[in-house]
Design a protein around this ligand. Sequence first.
Ligand SMILES: Nc1ncnc2c1ncn2[C@@H]1O[C@H](COP(=O)(O)OP(=O)(O)O)[C@@H](O)[C@H]1O
Ligand SMILES: [Mg+2]
Length: 278
Amino acid sequence: MSNPDPIVSDDVTAEPAGPDAVPTAMTPERRVHLKAAEGAVLRADDLIAGYLPGVNILNGADLYCQSGELVGIIGPNGAGKSTLLKAMFGLVTVHSGAVTLSGDDITNKRADVLVGKGIGFVPQTNNVFSSLTIEENLEMGMYLAPKRMKERFAFVAGLFPSLHDRRKQRAGSCSGGERQMVAMGRALMMEPSVLLLDEPSAGLSPVMQDEVFVQTRKINQAGVSVVMVEQNARRCLQICDRGYVLDQGRNAYTASGADLMHDPKVIQLYLGTLGKVQ
Ligand SMILES: Nc1ncnc2c1ncn2[C@@H]1O[C@H](COP(=O)(O)OP(=O)(O)O)[C@@H](O)[C@H]1O
Ligand SMILES: [Mg+2]
């Protein structure tokens, strides 16, 4: 690796990577993060990132996901939640800070490379090939390892039996909830060590939203580490092991899902009545 892990160092004067590097403060929260993030399957440290030169959307965001964890990210619209997922998946340029997968620096690596390394990503929209069948969609997920198609299809079908039963159906004719299952199934085909989900329940009926949370828990219980962004904040905090509240591109609060859900400040600022379980 070109950059020998400056982020796990306790040396607060260590220079971060990149020419635009502007290290953010070593707050007590970041100290806790650095300690707890050790050995994580996926971690983001002090990320400064954005779409346009000179306009940072992430302003020093930290996140980690230990093996087997289900991690939730909530926060207001425009907080940078999707940007954080995309920055970890090589779709947004990281100007400073680091993204690490199982100890390897993967900062600014290309998304297709990251799929091969074990990250699955399900974007919020346009996440299936409508004109292809369910089976063909799942095959697309396996283009890097076509020989394992049968074995991985069996795994995904075990989680989502309806995908197997309806494998010849075109994805475009599926309901929103089913399409979400196809998208998650496709991302699972490559046996990712961590799955990134961007608002999987968005735009679904309340019943299907609930189904997506149940499915996400099931995926996690099958051994896949999950980082999920969600607009249905309460439901997300109910099922996740740990949660992050992101605001203006940085961590506002982080704790166990249960603790965040009952934190008066989090309720007042981020949950209110809008986030009620549907
Ligand atoms: N492709 C893009 N180009 C430029 N700015 C963008 C792009 N996508 C998002 N943004 C901006 O980044 C900020 C954070 O967006 P986003 O990460 O989508 O927030 P969230 O997912 O928390 O609602 C917003 O101000 C948004 O306008
Ligand atoms: Mg978003």
